[in-house]
Design a protein around this ligand. Sequence first.
Ligand code: ZN
Length: 135
Amino acid sequence: MIISALYALGEEVWRITNRRQEKKVDCPACRGIGRVLLWDKETYSCPVCNGGGIVCTFPGDKIWRVDGPITITTISVHADTGPTEYMSRKSRRSSGYIYQEQNLFATSAEAQAECDRRNVTEEQEDGQPRQQEGE
Ligand SMILES: [Zn+2]
């Protein structure tokens, strides 16, 4: 039995994702101050932003976009079931994200082409026009 993976350890590949991009905005409850005034005329740490004055939002629709490149540090091949998975330990979390082979490409051009294809295909599937950020 020969088990093969499309990409190799140490190889730099381009990842695509449809995860919404995080956007940090002033907390709407305290208007970015981090404290709120209550009925006893005292100010308290804002319960919405925990006093930080900033909250994260995920505006816009899920749209495929190129997010990379990443360097492969681990390869997991599931011979019986699921797809081949790759990990990159240089990513933000120390444990590393898991990337499926179907979302990885050798060049940024190939990655962008697949994003364009999936965005058109998925738009046709749900029949809804995509919302632009800020609407
Ligand atoms: Zn707040």
